[in-house]
Design a protein around this ligand. Structure first.
Ligand code: ADP
Ligand code: MG
Length: 363
Protein backbone atom coordinates (compact mmCIF):
# COMPACT_ATOMS: atom_id res chain seq x y z
CA UNK A 1 0.00 0.00 0.00
CA UNK A 2 1.42 3.38 -0.92
CA UNK A 3 1.32 6.18 1.62
CA UNK A 4 -0.98 9.14 0.98
CA UNK A 5 0.77 12.20 -0.41
CA UNK A 6 0.35 14.17 2.80
CA UNK A 7 -0.67 13.01 6.21
CA UNK A 8 -0.86 15.45 9.10
CA UNK A 9 -1.45 14.34 12.66
CA UNK A 10 -1.77 16.19 15.93
CA UNK A 11 -0.15 19.39 14.74
CA UNK A 12 0.35 22.10 17.40
CA UNK A 13 1.80 25.58 17.44
CA UNK A 14 2.18 27.90 20.39
CA UNK A 15 3.45 31.46 20.00
CA UNK A 16 5.10 33.03 23.01
CA UNK A 17 5.28 36.78 23.40
CA UNK A 18 6.27 39.35 25.97
CA UNK A 19 7.78 37.91 29.10
CA UNK A 20 10.92 39.08 30.80
CA UNK A 21 13.24 38.37 33.66
CA UNK A 22 10.48 37.98 36.22
CA UNK A 23 7.49 37.62 33.97
CA UNK A 24 6.53 34.46 32.12
CA UNK A 25 5.83 34.99 28.41
CA UNK A 26 2.22 34.91 27.34
CA UNK A 27 1.37 31.80 25.38
CA UNK A 28 -1.09 31.61 22.52
CA UNK A 29 -1.96 28.22 21.14
CA UNK A 30 -2.82 29.19 17.58
CA UNK A 31 -2.92 25.64 16.15
CA UNK A 32 -4.31 22.79 18.21
CA UNK A 33 -4.22 19.11 17.36
CA UNK A 34 -4.80 19.53 13.62
CA UNK A 35 -4.84 16.45 11.41
CA UNK A 36 -5.89 15.71 7.83
CA UNK A 37 -4.90 13.66 4.79
CA UNK A 38 -4.40 14.78 1.20
CA UNK A 39 -4.32 12.19 -1.55
CA UNK A 40 -2.24 12.49 -4.73
CA UNK A 41 -3.76 15.05 -7.09
CA UNK A 42 -6.42 15.95 -4.54
CA UNK A 43 -7.50 19.43 -3.47
CA UNK A 44 -7.97 19.85 0.26
CA UNK A 45 -9.69 23.12 1.20
CA UNK A 46 -8.74 24.63 4.54
CA UNK A 47 -11.31 27.25 5.50
CA UNK A 48 -11.74 29.55 8.46
CA UNK A 49 -11.93 33.17 9.48
CA UNK A 50 -8.95 35.47 9.55
CA UNK A 51 -6.71 34.62 12.50
CA UNK A 52 -7.88 31.00 12.74
CA UNK A 53 -4.37 29.65 12.02
CA UNK A 54 -4.57 28.81 8.29
CA UNK A 55 -1.31 30.48 7.26
CA UNK A 56 0.52 29.04 10.28
CA UNK A 57 -0.59 25.53 9.26
CA UNK A 58 0.38 26.08 5.62
CA UNK A 59 3.83 27.31 6.63
CA UNK A 60 4.34 24.42 9.05
CA UNK A 61 3.55 21.92 6.30
CA UNK A 62 6.54 23.25 4.32
CA UNK A 63 8.79 23.85 7.33
CA UNK A 64 8.73 27.62 6.80
CA UNK A 65 7.51 27.73 10.41
CA UNK A 66 8.48 24.97 12.83
CA UNK A 67 5.66 23.06 14.48
CA UNK A 68 5.86 22.47 18.25
CA UNK A 69 4.57 18.94 17.97
CA UNK A 70 2.72 16.63 15.63
CA UNK A 71 3.52 14.63 12.54
CA UNK A 72 3.77 15.76 8.94
CA UNK A 73 4.28 12.81 6.62
CA UNK A 74 4.93 13.59 2.96
CA UNK A 75 4.85 10.49 0.82
CA UNK A 76 5.56 8.60 4.02
CA UNK A 77 8.62 10.62 5.06
CA UNK A 78 8.68 12.63 8.27
CA UNK A 79 9.00 16.26 7.14
CA UNK A 80 9.79 17.53 10.64
CA UNK A 81 12.86 15.29 10.83
CA UNK A 82 14.44 16.23 7.48
CA UNK A 83 18.02 17.47 7.51
CA UNK A 84 19.15 20.33 5.24
CA UNK A 85 19.83 18.19 2.15
CA UNK A 86 16.61 16.20 2.43
CA UNK A 87 14.73 19.45 3.07
CA UNK A 88 15.96 20.81 -0.27
CA UNK A 89 14.67 17.70 -1.98
CA UNK A 90 11.34 18.08 -0.20
CA UNK A 91 11.08 21.75 -1.23
CA UNK A 92 11.30 20.65 -4.84
CA UNK A 93 8.31 18.39 -4.34
CA UNK A 94 6.20 20.78 -2.25
CA UNK A 95 5.72 24.46 -3.07
CA UNK A 96 3.78 27.42 -1.77
CA UNK A 97 1.86 30.25 -3.42
CA UNK A 98 1.17 33.27 -1.25
CA UNK A 99 -1.73 35.66 -1.03
CA UNK A 100 0.14 38.78 -2.06
CA UNK A 101 1.52 38.47 -5.59
CA UNK A 102 3.24 41.85 -5.15
CA UNK A 103 5.29 40.75 -2.16
CA UNK A 104 6.23 37.34 -3.54
CA UNK A 105 8.17 38.55 -6.60
CA UNK A 106 11.44 40.48 -6.45
CA UNK A 107 10.80 43.76 -8.33
CA UNK A 108 14.37 43.79 -9.69
CA UNK A 109 14.23 40.35 -11.29
CA UNK A 110 12.76 39.77 -14.75
CA UNK A 111 9.99 37.20 -14.52
CA UNK A 112 11.78 34.85 -16.92
CA UNK A 113 14.77 34.78 -14.56
CA UNK A 114 12.50 34.35 -11.53
CA UNK A 115 11.00 31.24 -13.13
CA UNK A 116 14.38 29.94 -14.37
CA UNK A 117 16.05 30.20 -10.94
CA UNK A 118 14.45 27.12 -9.33
CA UNK A 119 15.00 25.10 -12.54
CA UNK A 120 18.72 25.90 -12.39
CA UNK A 121 18.92 25.50 -8.61
CA UNK A 122 17.57 21.98 -8.77
CA UNK A 123 19.30 21.15 -12.04
CA UNK A 124 16.02 20.13 -13.66
CA UNK A 125 17.01 20.97 -17.24
CA UNK A 126 20.32 21.14 -19.11
CA UNK A 127 21.50 24.75 -19.27
CA UNK A 128 20.67 24.99 -22.98
CA UNK A 129 16.97 24.20 -22.57
CA UNK A 130 16.09 26.25 -19.48
CA UNK A 131 14.75 29.11 -21.63
CA UNK A 132 12.45 26.79 -23.58
CA UNK A 133 11.15 25.41 -20.33
CA UNK A 134 10.46 28.94 -19.01
CA UNK A 135 8.42 29.73 -22.13
CA UNK A 136 6.54 26.46 -21.75
CA UNK A 137 5.71 27.36 -18.14
CA UNK A 138 4.61 30.88 -19.08
CA UNK A 139 2.28 29.44 -21.70
CA UNK A 140 0.96 26.90 -19.22
CA UNK A 141 -0.32 29.76 -17.05
CA UNK A 142 -1.73 31.78 -19.94
CA UNK A 143 1.23 34.12 -20.47
CA UNK A 144 3.74 34.08 -23.34
CA UNK A 145 7.43 34.27 -24.21
CA UNK A 146 7.06 38.04 -24.58
CA UNK A 147 6.46 38.31 -20.82
CA UNK A 148 9.79 36.74 -19.85
CA UNK A 149 11.85 39.91 -20.25
CA UNK A 150 9.56 42.15 -18.22
CA UNK A 151 9.82 43.12 -14.59
CA UNK A 152 6.97 42.43 -12.14
CA UNK A 153 5.82 46.08 -12.10
CA UNK A 154 4.63 45.67 -15.69
CA UNK A 155 2.13 43.03 -14.61
CA UNK A 156 -1.36 43.21 -13.14
CA UNK A 157 -2.12 41.42 -9.87
CA UNK A 158 -3.65 38.48 -11.69
CA UNK A 159 -0.68 38.19 -14.02
CA UNK A 160 1.75 38.30 -11.10
CA UNK A 161 -0.13 35.47 -9.48
CA UNK A 162 0.19 33.56 -12.79
CA UNK A 163 3.94 34.16 -12.66
CA UNK A 164 4.01 32.89 -9.06
CA UNK A 165 2.12 29.78 -10.20
CA UNK A 166 4.57 29.23 -13.10
CA UNK A 167 7.49 29.56 -10.70
CA UNK A 168 5.91 27.05 -8.31
CA UNK A 169 5.27 24.64 -11.20
CA UNK A 170 8.85 25.02 -12.47
CA UNK A 171 10.06 22.34 -10.05
CA UNK A 172 7.26 19.94 -11.03
CA UNK A 173 5.89 19.73 -7.49
CA UNK A 174 3.46 17.10 -6.26
CA UNK A 175 1.92 19.47 -3.70
CA UNK A 176 1.28 23.20 -3.69
CA UNK A 177 0.10 24.99 -0.57
CA UNK A 178 -2.02 27.84 -1.94
CA UNK A 179 -2.49 30.45 0.80
CA UNK A 180 -5.47 32.59 -0.23
CA UNK A 181 -4.02 32.90 -3.74
CA UNK A 182 -6.94 34.91 -5.11
CA UNK A 183 -8.07 36.93 -2.08
CA UNK A 184 -6.13 40.02 -3.14
CA UNK A 185 -7.47 39.99 -6.72
CA UNK A 186 -10.53 41.57 -8.33
CA UNK A 187 -13.58 39.35 -8.50
CA UNK A 188 -13.45 38.63 -12.25
CA UNK A 189 -9.71 37.94 -12.08
CA UNK A 190 -10.27 35.64 -9.09
CA UNK A 191 -12.49 33.43 -11.25
CA UNK A 192 -9.82 33.13 -13.95
CA UNK A 193 -7.04 32.27 -11.54
CA UNK A 194 -9.22 29.76 -9.65
CA UNK A 195 -10.04 28.06 -12.94
CA UNK A 196 -6.41 28.09 -13.98
CA UNK A 197 -5.48 26.37 -10.70
CA UNK A 198 -8.28 23.83 -11.18
CA UNK A 199 -7.14 23.07 -14.74
CA UNK A 200 -3.50 22.72 -13.72
CA UNK A 201 -4.34 20.35 -10.89
CA UNK A 202 -6.42 18.19 -13.22
CA UNK A 203 -3.85 18.31 -16.03
CA UNK A 204 -0.67 17.82 -14.01
CA UNK A 205 -2.03 15.78 -11.12
CA UNK A 206 -0.62 18.22 -8.58
CA UNK A 207 -2.36 18.28 -5.19
CA UNK A 208 -3.24 21.47 -3.33
CA UNK A 209 -3.80 22.43 0.23
CA UNK A 210 -6.02 25.32 -0.73
CA UNK A 211 -6.36 27.88 2.04
CA UNK A 212 -9.26 30.30 1.81
CA UNK A 213 -11.91 32.10 3.80
CA UNK A 214 -14.17 32.07 0.73
CA UNK A 215 -16.65 29.20 0.75
CA UNK A 216 -17.64 29.70 -2.91
CA UNK A 217 -14.04 29.29 -4.08
CA UNK A 218 -13.46 26.26 -1.87
CA UNK A 219 -16.67 24.63 -3.05
CA UNK A 220 -15.52 25.10 -6.64
CA UNK A 221 -12.07 23.57 -6.16
CA UNK A 222 -11.84 21.23 -3.21
CA UNK A 223 -12.77 17.57 -2.98
CA UNK A 224 -12.30 17.55 0.80
CA UNK A 225 -12.45 20.37 3.32
CA UNK A 226 -11.39 21.11 6.86
CA UNK A 227 -13.11 23.90 8.75
CA UNK A 228 -10.78 25.63 11.18
CA UNK A 229 -12.01 27.55 14.19
CA UNK A 230 -9.59 29.27 16.55
CA UNK A 231 -6.78 26.90 15.60
CA UNK A 232 -8.71 23.67 15.73
CA UNK A 233 -10.46 21.66 13.01
CA UNK A 234 -14.13 21.55 13.97
CA UNK A 235 -15.48 19.77 10.89
CA UNK A 236 -13.89 17.75 8.08
CA UNK A 237 -15.11 15.56 5.24
CA UNK A 238 -15.94 15.50 1.53
CA UNK A 239 -16.54 19.07 0.33
CA UNK A 240 -20.00 18.38 -1.10
CA UNK A 241 -21.18 16.86 2.18
CA UNK A 242 -19.64 19.40 4.54
CA UNK A 243 -20.66 22.45 2.53
CA UNK A 244 -23.98 20.97 1.40
CA UNK A 245 -25.15 19.73 4.80
CA UNK A 246 -22.88 21.17 7.48
CA UNK A 247 -23.09 19.60 10.92
CA UNK A 248 -20.99 21.89 13.06
CA UNK A 249 -22.77 25.11 14.08
CA UNK A 250 -19.66 27.08 13.10
CA UNK A 251 -19.63 25.66 9.56
CA UNK A 252 -23.27 26.66 9.34
CA UNK A 253 -22.48 30.15 10.54
CA UNK A 254 -19.68 30.49 7.97
CA UNK A 255 -21.94 29.30 5.17
CA UNK A 256 -24.79 31.52 6.29
CA UNK A 257 -22.40 34.48 6.32
CA UNK A 258 -21.05 33.70 2.85
CA UNK A 259 -23.10 33.96 -0.29
CA UNK A 260 -24.00 30.38 -1.18
CA UNK A 261 -26.52 28.60 -3.39
CA UNK A 262 -28.83 27.47 -0.61
CA UNK A 263 -29.02 30.79 1.20
CA UNK A 264 -30.89 33.87 0.14
CA UNK A 265 -34.33 34.05 -1.29
CA UNK A 266 -36.48 34.69 1.73
CA UNK A 267 -33.48 34.10 3.91
CA UNK A 268 -31.29 37.16 4.14
CA UNK A 269 -27.56 36.74 4.08
CA UNK A 270 -26.59 36.45 7.73
CA UNK A 271 -23.56 38.04 9.30
CA UNK A 272 -21.15 35.90 11.24
CA UNK A 273 -21.75 37.12 14.77
CA UNK A 274 -19.36 37.44 17.68
CA UNK A 275 -15.60 37.17 17.90
CA UNK A 276 -13.35 34.12 18.12
CA UNK A 277 -11.99 33.56 21.61
CA UNK A 278 -8.58 34.97 22.49
CA UNK A 279 -5.82 32.39 21.95
CA UNK A 280 -4.37 33.55 25.29
CA UNK A 281 -5.77 31.51 28.18
CA UNK A 282 -8.81 29.87 26.71
CA UNK A 283 -11.90 28.94 28.72
CA UNK A 284 -12.44 25.20 29.13
CA UNK A 285 -14.95 23.49 26.89
CA UNK A 286 -15.85 24.04 23.25
CA UNK A 287 -14.05 27.05 21.83
CA UNK A 288 -17.11 27.96 19.78
CA UNK A 289 -19.54 27.87 22.73
CA UNK A 290 -19.48 31.62 23.30
CA UNK A 291 -20.82 32.24 19.78
CA UNK A 292 -22.93 29.12 19.36
CA UNK A 293 -26.72 29.40 19.21
CA UNK A 294 -27.01 25.74 20.29
CA UNK A 295 -24.61 25.77 23.24
CA UNK A 296 -25.71 24.02 26.42
CA UNK A 297 -23.98 23.67 29.80
CA UNK A 298 -22.15 20.47 28.75
CA UNK A 299 -20.49 22.37 25.88
CA UNK A 300 -18.63 24.52 28.40
CA UNK A 301 -17.42 21.55 30.46
CA UNK A 302 -15.00 19.86 28.08
CA UNK A 303 -13.54 20.31 24.60
CA UNK A 304 -15.60 18.09 22.30
CA UNK A 305 -13.57 15.48 20.36
CA UNK A 306 -13.54 15.50 16.55
CA UNK A 307 -15.88 12.51 16.22
CA UNK A 308 -16.78 10.52 13.14
CA UNK A 309 -20.42 10.32 12.14
CA UNK A 310 -22.54 9.25 9.23
CA UNK A 311 -20.51 6.84 7.09
CA UNK A 312 -17.30 7.50 9.00
CA UNK A 313 -15.99 9.85 6.32
CA UNK A 314 -17.16 12.96 8.12
CA UNK A 315 -16.06 14.37 11.45
CA UNK A 316 -17.43 17.14 13.64
CA UNK A 317 -16.26 18.44 17.01
CA UNK A 318 -19.69 19.07 18.44
CA UNK A 319 -21.46 17.05 21.11
CA UNK A 320 -24.78 18.04 19.51
CA UNK A 321 -23.84 17.24 15.89
CA UNK A 322 -25.92 14.06 15.71
CA UNK A 323 -28.81 15.58 17.60
CA UNK A 324 -28.85 18.74 15.49
CA UNK A 325 -28.64 16.50 12.43
CA UNK A 326 -28.73 17.34 8.77
CA UNK A 327 -32.46 18.09 8.95
CA UNK A 328 -31.77 21.20 10.99
CA UNK A 329 -29.03 22.29 8.60
CA UNK A 330 -30.02 25.37 6.65
CA UNK A 331 -32.69 24.09 4.29
CA UNK A 332 -32.11 24.37 0.54
CA UNK A 333 -34.79 27.00 0.34
CA UNK A 334 -35.20 29.86 -2.07
CA UNK A 335 -33.00 30.87 -4.94
CA UNK A 336 -29.22 31.27 -4.69
CA UNK A 337 -28.19 34.67 -3.40
CA UNK A 338 -27.36 37.21 -6.13
CA UNK A 339 -23.78 37.54 -4.91
CA UNK A 340 -23.18 33.79 -5.02
CA UNK A 341 -24.84 33.52 -8.43
CA UNK A 342 -22.55 36.22 -9.76
CA UNK A 343 -19.48 34.44 -8.45
CA UNK A 344 -20.43 31.04 -9.76
CA UNK A 345 -21.50 32.50 -13.10
CA UNK A 346 -18.10 34.16 -13.45
CA UNK A 347 -16.37 30.90 -12.66
CA UNK A 348 -18.48 29.00 -15.18
CA UNK A 349 -18.18 31.64 -17.89
CA UNK A 350 -14.42 31.85 -17.53
CA UNK A 351 -14.23 28.08 -17.84
CA UNK A 352 -16.57 27.87 -20.83
CA UNK A 353 -14.65 30.50 -22.74
CA UNK A 354 -11.36 28.90 -21.88
CA UNK A 355 -10.29 32.19 -20.40
CA UNK A 356 -8.62 30.39 -17.57
CA UNK A 357 -5.66 30.03 -19.88
CA UNK A 358 -5.52 33.62 -21.06
CA UNK A 359 -4.06 36.61 -19.24
CA UNK A 360 -6.52 38.91 -17.51
CA UNK A 361 -5.08 42.13 -18.78
CA UNK A 362 -2.62 43.18 -21.43
CA UNK A 363 0.84 43.81 -20.06
P1 ADP B 1 -4.94 33.04 9.32
O1 ADP B 1 -3.99 32.73 8.21
O2 ADP B 1 -6.06 32.05 9.45
O3 ADP B 1 -5.47 34.43 9.25
P2 ADP B 1 -2.58 32.99 11.02
O4 ADP B 1 -2.00 31.63 10.94
O5 ADP B 1 -1.92 34.06 10.21
O6 ADP B 1 -4.14 32.91 10.71
O7 ADP B 1 -2.56 33.47 12.53
C1 ADP B 1 -3.13 32.68 13.57
C2 ADP B 1 -2.88 33.37 14.90
O8 ADP B 1 -1.48 33.33 15.19
C3 ADP B 1 -3.30 34.81 14.95
O9 ADP B 1 -3.86 35.08 16.22
C4 ADP B 1 -2.01 35.55 14.75
O10 ADP B 1 -2.06 36.81 15.38
C5 ADP B 1 -1.01 34.64 15.43
N1 ADP B 1 0.33 34.71 14.85
C6 ADP B 1 0.67 34.45 13.56
N2 ADP B 1 2.00 34.56 13.36
C7 ADP B 1 2.53 34.90 14.56
C8 ADP B 1 3.87 35.15 15.04
N3 ADP B 1 4.92 35.06 14.22
N4 ADP B 1 4.01 35.46 16.35
C9 ADP B 1 2.95 35.54 17.18
N5 ADP B 1 1.68 35.30 16.82
C10 ADP B 1 1.46 34.99 15.53
MG1 MG C 1 -3.53 33.86 6.51
Amino acid sequence: MTAPLLEVRGLNKIYRSGGGFLRAPREAQVVKDVGFTVGRGEVFGLVGESGSGKTTIGRMLLRLTEADSGEILFDGQDVRALGPAALRGFRRRAQMIFQDPFASLDPRVRVGDAIAAPIRLHGLRPAGSVKDRVVELLEMVGLSAAHADRHPHAFSGGQRQRVAIARALAVEPELIVCDEPVSALDLSVQAQVVNLLADLSARLGVAYVFISHDMAVVRHLASHVGVLYAGRLVETGPAAAVLGAPRHPYTRMLLAASPRPHAAGRRERAEATGEPPSPYGREPGCRFASRCPHAVAACRAAEPPLDAFADGARFAACIRAAELGPETAPAPEGAPSPAFQTRMALLRAARAEGRAASPDAPA
